[in-house]
Design a protein around this ligand. Structure first.
Ligand code: ZN
Length: 278
């Protein structure tokens, strides 16, 4: 499932390709993936709108269009956004055509934006005036903020939920998923099972530092290996080697040599080291 670093990588690609371009046509729509709008509204609203900016909050991408229209996208489990991809396949859910404003309208100089999604958990919201209302329920972006150590301390205070469940809860911080939650906890030396409210001041400080640090590393790593072989789920050899916790149960901990174990927290598979994560 794409997490904040994967979504940020997609955002950077789209931010190069789309701003300044105007939607000319919508060739395909998947009604089951629409939120806050109907197919007819997408068909009626998008053509003629220019893309102004592409921003991100947590795992959501937001394209601001002319006329105060917002296209909010979530990749779900298996979503991919592709620019000028090879001919569409069975998992193509949306196809948009765009053109450069200054290009000759008689020339077939078009850009296609395709939303592929095998499992159809991805979402497309079309709204006017502000991005999808769903975004109002999210906490600040886990990587870019704005939030600080005091914010984290306040959110953790007296909570009994396990730390991993706290990190996955998008209402506290937006963008952390299963992979980065395991990684952040390994790097802070904290057990995913610790009650959230039980952290010492020093542990809160460490956690507050490690969250943006790990996510930033993920963005950097995906960005610099992207042109080679990273797909949107980050399944590259280099990426796998970089992981210290996620998927490493049964293997030796790189910090203390203990065998890492697997448990479930909040229904999610969780790998951690019983030797050095307390
Ligand atoms: Zn260890």
């Amino acid at each position: 499932m794409p997490e904040l670093p994967e979504v940020e990588t997609v955002r950077r690609q789209l931010a190069v390709a789309l701003p300044g371009k105007t939607f000319t046509a919508v060739d395909r729509i998947e009604p089951a993936m629409l939120r806050d709008c109907r197919s007819e509204e997408v068909l009626g609203t998008l053509p003629g709108r220019r893309v102004e900016t592409l921003t991100r909050l947590g795992k959501f991408l937001v394209a601001m269009l002319t006329g105060d229209v917002f296209l909010t996208l979530h990749l779900g489990m298996t979503g991919q956004l592709l620019i000028d991809a090879e001919p569409t396949d069975a998992h193509t859910r949306f196809v948009f055509r765009l053109r450069d404003e200054c290009s000759d309208p008689t020339m077939p100089e078009l850009t296609t934006l395709e939303f592929r999604d095998a499992r159809k958990f991805g979402r497309l919201h079309l709204t006017t005036g502000c991005p999808a209302p769903r975004l109002g329920l999210l906490g600040p972006d886990a990587w870019k903020g704005p939030w600080d150590r005091e914010y984290l301390e306040r959110k953790l205070y007296r909570r009994t939920a396990p730390l991993k469940a706290f990190l996955l809860d998008q209402r506290h911080l937006a963008g952390i998923g299963n992979i980065y939650a395991d990684e952040i906890l390994w790097w802070t030396g904290l057990s995913p099972l610790r009650p959230s409210g039980s952290l010492s001041e020093e542990e809160v400080t460490r956690l507050a530092e490690e969250i943006p640090c790990r996510l930033g590393e993920g963005v950097r790593l995906l960005g610099c290996t992207l042109s080679d072989y990273v797909d949107t789920e980050g399944n590259s050899g280099k990426f796998q080697e970089w992981l210290q916790a996620y998927g490493r149960h049964g293997q030796v901990c790189h910090r203390c040599g203990e065998i890492m174990v697997r448990t479930r927290v909040g229904g999610r598979g969780t790998a951690y080291c019983p030797g050095c994560q307390h």
